[in-house]
Design a protein. Structure first.
Length: 343
């Protein structure tokens, strides 16, 4: 089966895939006859290779038998296959004899906000493998739906794929920025435990992004001046990949800035809670201090000394001694507290 005769299934992005229901991975292809979804097996891959034209295969959630096709048909290096079989790799760029192996990260709307993509690239094909949904790829594929003709510069497709993955961090980080502003405003109004838990969760996500972005930035920094020596890449491609490096620097700086902002928000939260606790303790201390002399006076009268029992016999004397002394003591304490600025 060759690309010229293969029937490409249209992409279905709004409902579960038929291939997923059958227990198979999804595979999208872009070649000189457009883009679509195909069965990933030995026959379809051999047909694409036999055409002699450049193509891009995007393999989503690969199964074990899919790696057998990569190993036996494409004849990728065993070390590259081993790395691709085990995700959670460090971002890197490995140069093999006839292809490049990239491990790059993008952003996705999942628990860790990351999508890990493994790329096998040469001037004849590009194969991408990933376990998570990759929204950036859907937009790139839509650009090639009506394409009719071979890809002029395969390296530009590689650039668009990596650039799409890198740029996918910006909307996620913009959402972080907005949420941090909301958290700071809400903390000043009313601090609660849910805000502190969210701050720790956001810091954890940013730490994960930093672990992915920092090696990726360093990998593309090492490409400067050496692209022409890599398979399928030329000198003029350096400008485009340098742009990716610039974006990675910006993303790395934004991540560090937002981590600092979250640390500041946590300090504001702790200060607000501490101030609220101090205010409550001050009020309780004032109440305890007010009742201390009153308790002493009532206790003193409660001993029923003979002189007191013999002289405090009338209602006016009771009001003067029993109530008046307590009121005078209370007013004196309140005046002293106000003068000291305690309330």
């Amino acid at each position: 089966m060759t690309p010229a005769t293969a029937t490409l299934e249209p992409e279905q992005t709004d409902r579960p895939e038929q291939l997923d229901r059958a227990g198979q991975s999804r595979c999208y292809v872009i070649h000189d006859h457009g883009s679509g979804q195909i069965q990933f097996n030995r026959e379809s891959v051999e047909g694409l290779l036999a055409s002699g034209n450049f193509f891009w295969l995007d393999l989503d959630r690969p199964a074990e038998r899919d790696f057998d096709v990569l190993r036996d048909v494409f004849r990728f290096h065993p070390l590259a296959i081993e790395d691709s079989e085990h995700f959670d790799q460090r971002a890197k760029i490995d140069d093999y004899d006839d292809f490049l192996f990239f491990v790059v990260y993008g952003a996705a709307a999942d628990d860790d906000r990351l999508v890990e993509v493994h790329c096998f690239y040469s001037d004849r094909w590009l194969v991408t493998v990933h376990q998570d949904d990759c929204p950036a790829f859907a937009e790139i594929r839509r650009r090639f739906v009506k394409r009719n003709g071979p890809t002029d510069r395969p390296s530009m497709l590689l650039y668009r794929i990596i650039d799409g993955l890198v740029d996918s961090f910006f909307p996620v980080l913009a959402a972080f920025d907005d949420r941090i502003d909301e958290l700071e405003s809400n903390i000043f109004l009313q601090a609660n435990d849910a805000q502190l838990q969210e701050i720790f969760e956001m810091k954890r996500l940013l730490v994960g992004m930093r672990k992915a972005v920092t090696p990726q930035r360093d990998s593309f920094a090492s490409l400067s001046g050496g692209l022409a020596r890599l398979p399928g890449l030329a000198d003029e491609d350096e400008h485009y990949f340098r742009d990716i490096y610039d974006h990675l620097i910006r993303i790395s700086d934004l991540i560090d800035s937002y981590r600092d902002l979250l640390t500041g928000a946590m300090d504001v939260y702790l200060s607000t809670v501490s101030n609220r606790l101090n205010s409550v303790m001050k009020q309780l201390t004032i109440i305890a201090t007010v009742f201390l002399p009153l308790t002493f006076i009532t206790g003193f009268f409660g001993q029923n000394f003979g002189w007191m029992v013999g002289h405090v016999r009338s209602w006016p004397l009771f009001l003067g001694f029993g109530v008046g002394i307590e009121l005078v003591t209370l007013l004196t304490l309140l005046a002293f507290f106000r003068r000291r600025g305690w309330f």
